[in-house]
Design a protein around this ligand. Sequence first.
Ligand code: AMP
Length: 462
Amino acid sequence: MSSETNVTNWSDLNLSPEMLDLIEKAGYKAPTPVQEKAIPLVIAGHDVLVSSQTGSGKTASFVIPTVERFKGKNGTYILALSPTREIAQQTGAVFETFGAPFGLRTVVCIGGASIPLEKEALASSPHIIVATPGRLVDHLERGNVWLDFIQCLIFDEADRMLDMGFASQIEKISEQIPKERQSLMFSATFAPKVEKLARQVMRDPKQVTIEKAEGSVPKIDQRLFWMEEGKKPSALVRLVREEPGTVIIFAKSKERVYQVWRSLEDKKIAATYIHSDIPQKDREAAIADFKSGKFQVLVATDVMGRGIDVDDVAHVVNYDVPREAEDYIHRIGRTGRRGKTGMATTFAIPVKDEQGIRAIEKLRGIKSPEKPAPSAAHQGQSKPRGQGPQRGNDRARDTRPRDVGPRDARPRDDRPRDERPREARPAHSPKVSRPESASVVALPEAAKPNKIVSFFKKLFNK
Ligand code: AMP
């Protein structure tokens, strides 16, 4: 199909033969919906405001057209701002893939990396800079970089950058860039603060919103379980043991991450973890080990978890209800990627977490769900999941007991993770794949689980 409104082939997007070649080499068979819509607008030089979830292919939707638009010019003309080091590195890698073959050089500037080395790299006038806002302001203040030649400013995951308190740095950076420029903004949500920033930094932007029907919204089977704090560790262990795929667990603090990891280790479950106190190299190694299947479970804080680009995450667990409602969307966006059906489970404490759950509803403008009934929430009833209406029929449940196999047979190593040589850490069974049929998790549930589950499902049906 090649009508303007229904483009499905890369060749319909007016890209150069060289770029089409690179896309083919990258294995991108067809453009994703965000790519179909954003690429022509970016190539035409518009400011574009894009609402799309992580995992929708948004990075390539700004990298491919900006490289096409600016290749062959001299000077530093593209600046992409990313919320975290990991996302900046991933974005830098995508610019390498599609820009380096055209002779474009990319420099990534991130906290934790060497300032003198970055200074040297910036002095070499790269064509593209990818940076976290804090580090870029640091370079600006040291006089290591000038932004006078920037012609395209990209805000990736703008909502997240604002949530992380980067508003003033973003303002400082935007002020240094010529007004005659192209601005592209990507955000999972259009929270009021994102709209405000867009009004400040963009000019008459074209808006791209990816609808669910277009396939970009992940298919995520969402569940909410009300339970007391003390029940969480055993509920988690059970859930992980019954989940054949990979699991990312989000916890609210570093201490909490360690606590959760410890409780899994105690049960000989192959888990690793990341948080901001862990050196960058170790974090990268932990993510690589998780990606390779060496560990079934990764425990993370919100900020760290955001940068994890793993396509095969079967299940996201919100061990703690997120502090910010927007984090819920970001967290569960780790699963259900690239057309697969994911699973997201939230553990909420009756009364204490009600406000947080309400905030998640409010974010999406959804009507309040039934209140949990404290009596039932405390009873720890077990009931096979899947009794309510389900999304994602390809993840049909199998209630047969599973053999947890090698995980239970692993030797115990009681040393803290950081003190253990990598090779001595428990090896997880080979690369985890997503079976057609996965087992059922039976956990304590609220009195009206179906209503609550269906409420959560509405978040993504909207
Ligand atoms: P992103 O939303 O940018 O984080 O991308 C999510 C994943 O999708 C990354 O692993 C990309 O390499 C991959 N990807 C991006 N565009 C395509 C495409 N058109 N076809 C297949 N995979 C893609």
